[in-house]
Every structure is written in C-alpha cells, then in structure tokens.
Design a protein around this ligand. Sequence first.
Ligand code: TYM
Length: 334
Amino acid sequence: MTGRILSGVQPTNNLTIGNYLGAIKNWVDLQRQSETLFCIVDLHAITVPQDPKALHQATLEVAAAYLAAGINPKESAIFVQSHVHAHAELGWLLSCMTPLGWLNRMTQFKDKAGKKRDNAPLGLLAYPTLMAADILLYQTTHVPVGDDQKQHIELTRDIALSFNHRFQKDVFTVPEPLIKGEAKRIMSLRDGSKKMSKSDPSDFSRIHLTDTADEISQKIRKAKTDPAPLPETLDGFENRPEAKNLATVYAAFMNQTLEEALPAIAGKPFSDFKPLLADLLVDKLSPISTKMLQYLDEKSELETILKRGAEHASTRANQTLKQVKDVMGFVSPF
Ligand code: TYM
C-alpha cells in the first residue's frame, strides 16, 4: 500500500497487548510499504490528570515500545507530539470550526466524562480536534488504529471535508481508517464485553508488554472463561466472548486468523489451553520487554531518535500549517 500513514499512542500507564495487537504490530509491516509517522501523543494524555513524573516516564516507555516492537527509525519518523508545535496550533484552528454537537456525540468523551460532564476539562471535549490536527497535518491517507478509534477518524474526515469546502480548496487529504484483522478489539480478561484498557482499575483485566513471565501466567490462569472446551468451528464462539477473546489473542500472536489458528486449539479444555497461551505470550513478549529496557537504559540513543523524528515531522507539519493559515487569511510573520 502506498500513501502516508500516521498513528499514535497515549503515554498513559503501561501499554497493553490490546495496544500492541490492535495498533503497533500492524505498523511494523506498513513502514515497508508507505511513508510512516508514529507519535507519542502526550498532549492527548493530559486530557485526564497525569502525575508529571509518570507522564515523563511513560512518554519514554512508549517510544521504547515502538522501537522494541520493530518500528525502524530509519524507515519511520518516531516523535513526541508536544515537540512539534504545529499540532497544538492546528488543534486550536480546527476547534474554532468544529460544532459542539459533533464533539458531544463522541462515545469516548461520554465514557470518560461520565455523569459529571460540567466538571470535565474542556480539553477532554476538544480531544478529537487535536487528533484531527495530528492526522491532517501530514496529509495522511491511512490511519492504522484499533476499533475504538473509528469514530474519531470519521470525525477527522468530516472536519477535513468541511474545511476544504468552506475555503473552496483541497487543503487537507481526507484520511481513511485502517482497522485490520480480528485483533482490532481485544477484550478485558475479566469481562469479555469490555475493551482491554490501560485505565481499567483491575490489573488482572489486561496484560502489559512489560509483564514478567509469572505475571502473564497468573493473569491468564485467572482470566474469566466458561466451562466448555474450545469449539471446533468459528460458529461455536457465539455467546462465548471470553473464549473468543483468548483464542483471538492466541491467533494474533501466531500471526494467524482465528480460522487458521482453530485446528491447533479446537476441543482443548481451558486447563490445557491457558498454559499454552501463557507460554506463547511469554515467548513473544519477553524479547520486546528486554529491548524496551535496553532503550530506556540507553537514553541518549532514544533522545537522538526522537529529536530526528520531530525535525522530520515538523518540516512536513509546518508546510500544511502554512497552507491552512494562508487560506484562512492570517498574515505570515515578516
Ligand atoms: P490509545 O492510546 O487509547 O490506544 C493506542 C492504540 O491502541 C488501540 N487499542 C486497542 N486495539 C485493540 N484492542 C484494544 N483493547 C485496544 N486498546 C487500544 C487503539 O485503537 C489505538 O490505535 N486517540 C488515540 C491516540 C491518538 C491517535 C492520534 C491515533 C491521538 N492522535 C492520531 C491515531 C492518529 C488513543 O487514545 O489511543
């Protein structure tokens, strides 16, 4: 696939296998085919309160995770969102053109703001206009994300189309979401109807990329299941969300579809399948966490990569920002 790809992860808490399977793992293949930019979206993270030290550490950890997972800084720009000032600036310009009604409809805002909407910070509501800025600044054609981000990308498309229409010029490329495979929505280990999330209060609901072998085994052992063995056919997963989720995780780490993975696991009771899955996870995650720690130890290399990434991204982003400001009538600096 040719085109330009941008995506990002918030540096909030530890990354989960949901972030990895739903997003980062797919980015690795894309970087060989397209121009790719991957950012650590720290300005998004502060839409909910963050401890400054934890934000700092999580930002470096997400960068280390990108690299450890196989994002190659020679092929992709890896950068911290707040290092490229154009994001905040275009975010403001777009927020002045986005109707409140569009933002009020966003399910992520409704979930995060909860019942006390009046207490929610303005940034939480404006979040999707900043995300639109992230994407539109790079004339992005495709945005590889998990299922939960689809609505935000649809809004980005609406913002791009309405801007182009209002100023009668194709300033922005209208991006497409790229939501691939069965791992697009990995569910909580405690409740097959809830998304696996970095922010779930229960640590047992998710597996982190940096979990130890013991933690992984324990979390998989305690994962909610039902009494029946794994089914022989895909139809057999109906009304068995927990079983389907664990089998999907297995398939995704085997680089297979659920259908391809099924013959090897069909008919297994969970007492056999869970240790198999735990071993697979340890096998796939331990090289990633080892490399992450190496990058975090070698901070100067990480800093050089992020600096280069931000320089590359800024050049691209500033071109778009200039076009936007020109059509809107801003006077260029003298
Ligand atoms: P964030 O940080 O919540 O998640 C990062 C990526 O991980 C995917 N993801 C999942 N995929 C499958 N199953 C899950 N349980 C799961 N949980 C998370 C998300 O879909 C996402 O792709 N708003 C974005 C960050 C962002 C962004 C952007 C993304 C800001 N600007 C521009 C793309 C382009 C977010 O909160 O992701």
